[in-house]
Design a protein around this ligand. Structure first.
Ligand code: GBH
Length: 447
């Protein structure tokens, strides 16, 4: 995309919630500060070969110490909301029991500063950084975690809920179950289908338990959760690949959607989930939510692969001509419209925020204070047009938060893979807004 051609700007409703998303382990660093203990990611990163570039989140973007600068970037870029996650191991170093006030103080400072700058804080309670102390007690395999999580939610909301009105419980439970508990390429590195089933069910249960506990205490909060949703299609026209795609749709999407909105597990895995479901679990999971956060990156194309841990399926060839990002992920904005239409048609049209959408590209080096990222600009523009289309088609889409404000620790990929609209030099920690940041600032500019 030559610089001379300015991208068209999508028009979204005046009350649309514009923002940016981050997660604590990916940006904060300061992993030993003020009483924080290890999370499962700190421990996982120490195992040789787990992180592509051998790095970890010890320093990351040093956001813990530089949050004021980062909030200035949000304000200058016309962001009206900021989704961040709170670190369970900062707040409850042993996972349960004694509260670490110094850990909560950080989020207190962050929230106050956001409000000073007129930015709405949008908090997520769990973005994959379980306290290691709880992993030692079985982590997401132990059904007691529903109560542990609800207690952590009450402590955190108890301190910040007078100022933070929008709370997401979990980030992408199915992705945490699949990558962390079935493939094992994410923390805590557990593998196998029974492991997936337990981790998935207990996340669903924890989410419902925490929402009910918070509702019982107060009625001034918007409570919801965040799912990774992707349209899943067969990579060929073979019937066995069509069946594989249906299984992956269940294991990735409806394994979270069906129990939350309908009170049951998808038929294809109902028997597997019966082995971990007890008593009134399904009623505890089906709680009313004020919003659903949708993280959308692209569609999936699947083939049958008997024996593969994820639903006896694996990723296949993309449709010819479909563009991909630097991670090989397919780019298809129409998939976002399909995901939102599905929520409209099959799940009662809940209020939705796109809580993550963005793309990894190999950016050129900073030149004269500038980073030219035309592919990311095009990706964001096209997905914002998809948002407009979904709204025009009656979807209850209320906002869009880009992933991510900053280049950050991209999990098993380490720091090599960049999703930020702001470039971070991981040697000097200097931040440089990319062209995509300027593009968003223009789109989000108040009328
Ligand atoms: C999110 O997960 C996370 O919430 C966030 O922390 C992370 O930094 C961000 O994404 C970027 O990775 O093309 O068929 O191979 C995203 C989960 C899993 C979604 C892999 C896209 C690619 C599927 N992603 N998936 S495919």
């Amino acid at each position: 995309v030559p610089d001379a051609v300015p991208p068209a700007l999508p028009k979204l409703p005046p009350d649309f919630l514009w923002g940016a998303s981050t997660s604590c382990y990916q940006i904060e660093g300061a992993v030993k500060a003020d009483g924080r203990t290890d999370s499962i990611w700190d421990v996982f990163c120490r195992q040789p070969g787990k992180i592509a570039d051998g790095t970890n989140g010890d320093v990351a973007c040093d956001h813990y110490n530089r949050y004021r600068d980062d909030i200035d970037l949000l304000a200058q870029g016309n962001f009206r909301a900021y989704r961040f996650s709170t670190a369970w191991p900062r707040i409850l170093p042993q996972g349960t029991g004694a509260v670490n006030t110094a850990g909560l103080d950080f989020y207190d400072r962050l929230v106050d500063r956001l409000l000073e700058k007129g930015i709405e804080p949008f908090a997520c309670l769990y973005h994959w950084d379980l306290p290691q102390a709880l992993q030692q007690r079985g982590g997401w395999h132990n059904r007691d975690i529903a109560g542990w999580f609800a207690d952590y939610a009450e402590v955190t909301v108890g301190r910040l809920g007078d100022r933070v009105k929008r709370w997401a419980m979990l980030n992408e439970p199915s992705v945490h179950a699949i990558f962390g508990h079935a493939f094992g390429n994410h923390a805590p590195g557990l593998t196998g289908w029974p492991s997936y089933v337990k981790a998935q069910h207990h996340q669903n249960l924890a989410q419902g338990t925490a929402i009910a506990a918070l509702r019982a205490r107060r009625n001034d909060l918007q409570l919801g959760t965040v799912f990774s949703l992707q349209p899943v299609a067969p990579a060929t026209d073979k019937p066995e690949d069509a069946a594989a795609a249906r299984r992956v749709d269940a294991a990735w999407n409806t394994i979270n959607l069906d129990p939350l909105f309908k009170g049951y597990y998808p038929e294809v895995y109902a028997a597997d989930f019966e082995t971990v479901t007890q008593g009134d679990d399904l009623e505890r999971i089906k709680v009313p939510v004020d919003f659903l956060g949708v993280n959308y990156y692209g569609p999936g194309y699947l083939v049958n692969a008997p024996g593969s841990v994820l639903a006896d399926a694996t990723w296949g060839a993309l449709p010819p001509g479909m563009p991909v990002t630097a991670l090989g992920w397919p780019v298809d904005p129409s998939g976002l419209v399909r995901v939102l239409a599905r929520l409209r048609d099959s799940y009662g049209n809940p209020s939705v925020f796109v809580t993550e959408n963005g793309a990894c590209y190999d950016d050129p080096p900073v030149t004269e204070g500038r980073v030219s990222d035309p592919q990311r600009v095009a990706y964001l523009r096209d997905h914002l047009f998809a948002c407009r289309q979904a709204i025009d088609q009656g979807c209850a889409l209320r906002g869009y938060l880009v992933w991510s404000l900053l280049d950050n620790f991209e999990w098993a990929e380490g720091f090599r893979r960049r999703f930020g609209v702001v470039h971070v030099d991981f040697t000097t920690l200097v931040r440089t807004p990319k062209d995509s940041y300027r593009f968003l600032a223009e789109v989000m500019k108040p009328a």
